[in-house]
Design a protein around this ligand. Structure first.
Ligand SMILES: [Zn+2]
Length: 352
């Protein structure tokens, strides 16, 4: 099982079998909704499914499935079909703006060029700001001819309820850690320990797991050596926690500074730190169940040095930090605060 956009058949999406059969039934019943909302985690096959759906709706063979051979199927595969429109946030921007939606509105104001059903695909639809959502809502209320919308969103709560209620909701279930782990071992020949670490750190996201193992060739962060970065980050955490009170503050602030140099990498750094603190929390009870098995000795030391009840405070602080960063708090200050909290919440080291 490899998720990849060249995938050209619903059969290859067996990991979303239920969803795929729901979509096939919609096409075969020839009742294409005006709008569909594909929701679920990143990289669960939503974008791929949208293209397959568009192919199925437009395939000249008319079976409800894509033949992959007719003119329509081939144009969609080649991303050269004039009636397949795709909207996403612009590079470097964190929102989809009203002008993008208006521009799309103009493009669909006339009949489709050749498609039976034109598709407007809105990736990261939850990044539409309020004005953009209102503009889209007008289009959903008076849908243009022979056009359907597919909205792909991670957080549907960011969409106004009036949009959600106009969409047929299609859920994409998360891939399990186990499925990802097996895929890494079987298809990417990753060794067992690293496969377990990467799949659990990636939070049900295969592309992320591949990125952590430096195996994702299309990755924008391919210059980052994640294997090295993870080791560096975990070593730094261990060192902060194990250092005496006088020096651990400066170590914490130094790590905060280094992490804030790369704001684009912060989400993944948080994901790695989460596994670390979660491991600490469970280590005393279930040492064999930790994710970062290569840091077993460090966890042994820390769990003897720091009271167990502190571990759950740390992980709570980390979740709090993640929330703050998501609501656009200043990166450096938020991280400073987090590392200072770790140090102050640590209490006296037992050997102090
Ligand atoms: Zn076809």
């Amino acid at each position: 099982m490899v998720i990849d956009q060249t995938m050209s058949d619903f059969d290859q999406m067996q990991y979303q079998a239920k969803t795929v059969s729901e979509l096939t039934i919609i096409i075969q019943a020839k009742k294409i909704p005006n709008a569909l909302l594909f929701y679920g985690n990143e990289n669960t096959g939503r974008k791929e499914a949208a293209f397959l759906f568009a192919k199925g709706c437009n395939c000249l063979k008319g079976t409800g499935l894509a033949c992959n051979n007719c003119k329509s199927c081939r144009k969609i595969d080649a991303k050269s079909h004039p009636d397949i429109l795709c909207i996403n946030h612009l590079k470097g921007k964190k929102i989809i703006s009203i002008s993008q939606i208006r521009e799309m509105g103009l493009a669909i104001s006339s009949k489709p060029n050749e498609a039976k059903f034109r598709m407007v695909l809105i990736l990261n639809a939850d990044l539409m700001n309020r004005q953009a959502q209102n503009a889209l809502l007008k289009m959903l209320e008076e849908p243009p001819e022979k056009t359907f919308f597919v909205l792909i969103a991670n957080k549907i709560s960011y969409l106004v309820p009036t949009i959600i209620s106009r969409c047929r909701k299609i859920r994409f279930k998360p891939l399990t850690d186990k499925l990802i782990e097996q895929c890494l071992i079987n298809e990417f020949k990753v060794d067992k320990q690293m496969a377990a670490i990467a799949s659990k750190t990636a939070d049900s996201d295969l592309k992320k797991a591949l990125m952590y193992l430096n195996l994702n060739q299309n990755d924008e962060t391919k210059d980052v050596d994640w294997i090295k970065r993870r080791k560096w980050l975990l070593n730094a955490l261990v060192s902060i926690i194990k250092t005496d009170t006088n020096n651990c503050i400066s170590k914490g602030l130094m790590l905060s500074q280094k992490l804030s140099f790369d704001p684009d990498l912060i989400d993944d750094a948080i994901a790695i730190m989460k596994t670390f603190f979660r491991d600490l929390m469970i280590f005393k009870l279930h040492p064999q169940k930790i994710v970062n098995l290569d840091f077993f000795d460090a966890f042994t030391d820390i769990s003897q040095m720091v009271e167990t009840k502190k571990h759950s405070v740390w992980i709570k602080d980390l979740y709090e930090t993640e929330k703050r960063l998501a609501s656009n708090c200043t990166l450096r200050l938020t991280l400073d605060k987090f590392f200072l909290k770790i140090v102050t919440n640590r209490g006296k080291l037992i050997y102090d």
